[in-house]
Design a protein around this ligand. Structure first.
Ligand code: ASP
Ligand code: MG
Length: 480
């Protein structure tokens, strides 16, 4: 089976295509999607679909509003979502498909209303209820996309993602159970592909072995596509979005951002981890494990070349992209006595107990510096560590990161970077822990300027010659 789908000689190869929220946002976007699928009929295709743009946020707002007791406001949000789906269906579908879609959607939206009523009655938007409600966005959109494909003469079949992606019960950030998921994918999707059907399923959502809905975390549809691709031994995974590929930096910060034509799994994972929005950070794990190339493509410009993310990188030693993670806070933990290894363990434990993920850690003899993306539980953490260490924090920081395979081996890269932003106050410089990244912290207000200068330095036509200074920089010399 796997060989058939992977494309042994003469067989059509399997491609898993994920369409993000903006690639299904309205009738025009879904028409483009249908054209993209039609243009790839030489392949066996699976479509993994995000919720229509903004719907996940709206569902979240509805759940919160219901939990505050404002049920009518919450119901109005869901009615808006339903009307949007029906309006798009009206534009895309003929009367037969349209009628079927309408009947089905009445049933589906009734389930959303019932859920909001129970959230409102309980005055509690639990993580479990959150997963149930938010996963409905993908449920609605994938049914709409299936109907549009059928209307275009394609043999598309809707498949419930909750039956395919089986996860643990860590609500809002569930992890797939690989063996069970692969088994389901082989049972539910492989026969459809062999019968030349196009399975369409929602991304982001899964369920536990008991059938309780879960989600893979915000932006998780990319991850869904990679899980499906790996489970079916696909030839490639295509992430259809609204930018031309992975860009050298965020085009909103720097208008000169360019498309990166090719990068390695590791470079892309590093970039996603450090805040680039184009891919969910976990996406590349299943793809890398099976060496399935991931393409990032623009559904508004389907003829574009996109970015290929694969097992090897060209241009080692060159900066490939710059990312910025805004809204981070730096936390200084100063031990009342000295920085014993037990204290480090204790600090990590306290953060973990408060479900705080630490992004970066820098240690020196006298103190620890940590990066976090939310300050909500810092007062409680400070209280817990009282007697052991003093905890202070500063927010409104931005983490700037440069990514490129083996840039660590080129000390001149670091010195070029810090010369370019010599007049900007920089903290927590990290170079050396990873072969392929250099990162540092600036005030959020200086982030844009830092990125623009560095972008000019590494990506403008006239790049400067080799710098004079040739020393590596590492502020703390500690463990990262
Ligand atoms: N719809 C979900 C979100 O907005 C998942 C996704 O689109 O990847 O986070
Ligand atoms: Mg996304």
């Amino acid at each position: 089976m796997s060989e058939l789908l992977g494309g042994s000689a003469g067989e059509r190869q399997c491609v898993v295509m994920k369409f993000g929220g903006t690639s299904v946002e309205d009738a025009a976007a879904i028409r483009r999607l249908c054209q993209i699928v039609k243009g790839r009929l030489r392949h066996r295709q699976v479509a993994v679909v995000s919720a229509l743009a903004a719907v996940t946020d709206q569902l979240f707002a509805a759940g919160r509003t219901a939990a505050e007791g404002k049920l009518e406001t919450a119901l109005a949000i869901v009615r808006d979502i339903q009307e949007r789906h029906l309006r798009i269906a009206g534009e895309l579908l003929g009367s037969d498909e349209g009628d079927l879609f309408f009947k089905d959607s009445v049933h589906d939206f009734r389930a959303a209303v019932a859920l909001l009523r129970s959230i409102s009655a309980a005055r509690d938007f639990s993580l479990r209820a959150q997963d149930h409600l938010l996963s409905m966005g993908e449920h609605f959109s994938s049914k709409l996309v299936r109907a549009a494909l059928v209307r275009n003469g394609l043999e598309a079949v809707w498949v419930d993602a909750k039956e395919c992606i089986i996860t643990d019960a860590a609500h809002t950030r569930a992890t797939p159970l690989c063996d069970e998921t692969n088994r389901r994918l082989q049972i539910l999707l492989a026969p459809l592909l062999q019968a030349d059907r196009i399975p369409v399923l929602g991304g982001f959502a899964g369920s536990t072995l008991d059938g309780i809905p879960t989600t893979l975390g915000r932006g998780g549809s990319d991850f869904s596509a990679a899980i499906v691709g790996a489970g079916l031994h696909a030839k490639k995974i295509e992430i259809w979005t609204d930018v031309d590929g992975v860009m050298t930096t965020d085009p909103d910060l720097c208008s000169e951002a360019q498309r990166v034509s090719r990068m390695s799994f590791e470079e892309a994972a590093e970039l996603a981890y450090f805040g680039a929005k184009v891919l969910h950070p976990a996406t590349l794990l299943p793809a890398r494990r099976q060496n399935i190339p991931v393409w990032v493509l623009n559904s508004r410009n389907p003829g574009g070349a996109g970015t290929e993310i694969c097992g090897h990188s060209r241009d080692e030693g060159r900066v490939k992209a710059l990312s910025v993670k805004r809204g981070v806070a730096v936390v200084d933990v100063e031990p009342l006595r000295w920085l014993a290894p037990e204290l480090l363990r204790e600090v990590c434990e306290v953060f973990e107990n408060h479900q705080h993920t630490l992004d970066l850690l820098s240690a020196s003899r006298g103190s620890l510096s940590l990066l976090v993306t939310s300050i909500a539980s810092l007062p409680a953490i400070a209280e817990e560590l009282k007697g052991l260490a003093s905890v202070r924090w500063e927010n409104h920081k931005a983490l700037v990161c440069l990514v490129g395979e083996k840039i660590r081996r080129r000390p001149e890269v670091a010195s070029q970077v810090f010369r370019a932003i010599a007049d900007i106050d920089v903290r927590m410089i990290c170079q050396g822990a990873s072969e392929r990244s250099i990162s540092f912290l600036v005030d959020e207000s200086r982030a844009e300027e830092s990125v623009q200068r560095l972008h000019k330095l590494f990506f403008s036509e006239a790049r400067p010659g080799p710098p004079v200074a040739r020393h590596a920089l590492c502020q703390s010399g500690g463990t990262w």
